[in-house]
Design a protein around this ligand. Structure first.
Ligand SMILES: [Zn+2]
Length: 342
């Protein structure tokens, strides 16, 4: 954070930039250095990378960089960016006619939110009520609810990991992790070198969600056991608090060399056996093209990327945004949000 332009990543030496990403349909989104890029590969092997500047709202409101708040901002922004990239990849692969407008994006998020509340709040807290005849201890009831929520989450991940279409997405997820590992270990970003690295990454969104599940057990234990409507509302309203705490835990785990902290990250890594698969060469190529598009030139050179491969095209949504570039790069573009390695 001593560097005003870019946040450095403490988990790699010599210091590299903090990068994160997520898998999309037939591709990989990468972000960092105030940029976000989505690389999508078509059936002929051509990779199109859509790269744009991405400013965090916390650049405008520095109070949002404070501990606890920064996690909520990071989570919300990665949800919005993630959905945008996903929508772009669906359009590129012909699964969707147009890219989602902001209104449609908000609609999609609202539907997803309602489904998430039913699946991960209403059902577990409703079902925990069945144990009311066994115990009236609110701490125990909250604990049972937390275990039910965790079981639904694991069941959900297991179910989607069995789906045929998801298999490839999870291969791209593996390619994304491997590429970020290779970058954090000093490169070079060649397919051969990237493939040597693990497809499990401690900063993964899968691991983050697992920590959210565990932290919520402890936070909700303080709430007592009111009626079901109050329980559902209080859990939804406290979600930002839970997310904020979870984010700080992941942040500490990402940089700590402590062996107990390391042990606590293991379940999050095991879970990635479900959410990642070993990627093929063409998938790793796509992930490298995506990361290269967000890295500044000096970092690309350090990673051994001198020129783009012939099958890669870089595009941008807004040509004016690249004209602004000189203006904006002189400003303080430090972001406190660690992009998640989703
Ligand atoms: Zn991940």
């Amino acid at each position: 954070m001593e560097n005003k332009n870019n946040e450095n990543n403490d988990s790699c030496a010599p210091k590299c930039l903090m990068v994160g990403g997520q898998a999309v349909i037939e591709g990989v989104m990468m972000r960092g250095n105030g940029m976000v890029a989505t690389a999508v590969r078509d059936a002929d092997g051509h990779i199109t990378v859509n790269a744009n500047e991405s400013k965090s709202i916390s650049d405008r409101y520095p109070i949002l960089k404070k501990p606890l708040l920064r996690g909520v901002v990071a989570l919300f922004e990665s949800l919005v960016l993630g959905l945008r990239s996903l929508s772009y990849s669906a359009q590129m692969t012909g699964e969707e006619d147009d890219q989602l407008s902001d209104k449609e994006l908000a609609g999609t998020m609202a539907v997803a939110l309602v489904l998430a509340v039913v699946l991960f709040v209403a059902i577990p807290t409703g079902a925990a009520k069945l144990f009311h005849t066994v115990t009236e201890n609110p701490v125990v009831l909250n604990f049972i609810e937390g275990l039910l929520r965790l079981a639904i989450f694991l069941g959900y991940l297991f179910a989607i990991s069995r789906m045929h279409d998801i298999y490839r997405v999870f291969q791209f997820h593996g390619a994304e992790h491997k590429t970020i590992h290779a970058y954090e270990h000093g490169g070079p970003l060649t397919v051969e070198n990237v493939q040597r690295f693990s497809r499990f990454h401690p900063r993964c969104g899968t691991a983050f969600l697992l920590i959210v599940m565990i932290v919520s057990i402890f936070v909700f234990a303080f709430l007592g056991w009111p009626d079901i409507i109050t329980r559902i509302l209080s859990r939804v309203l406290l979600l930002p608090v839970v997310a904020g705490i979870s984010y700080e835990i992941i942040r500490i785990a990402g940089t700590s060399k402590n062996s107990i902290v390391h042990l606590a990250t293991l379940p999050g890594l095991w879970l990635q056996r479900l959410t990642t698969n070993e990627p093929g060469t063409e998938m790793v190529e796509t992930a490298i093209a995506s990361l290269a598009a967000v890295l500044p030139e000096r970092e690309r050179e350090r990673m051994g990327i001198k020129t783009l491969p012939a099958n890669v095209t870089i595009t941008s949504d807004d040509e004016a945004s690249s004209a602004d570039k000189n203006k904006t790069t002189n400003e303080n573009s430090e972001t406190s949000a660690i992009p998640e390695v989703q």
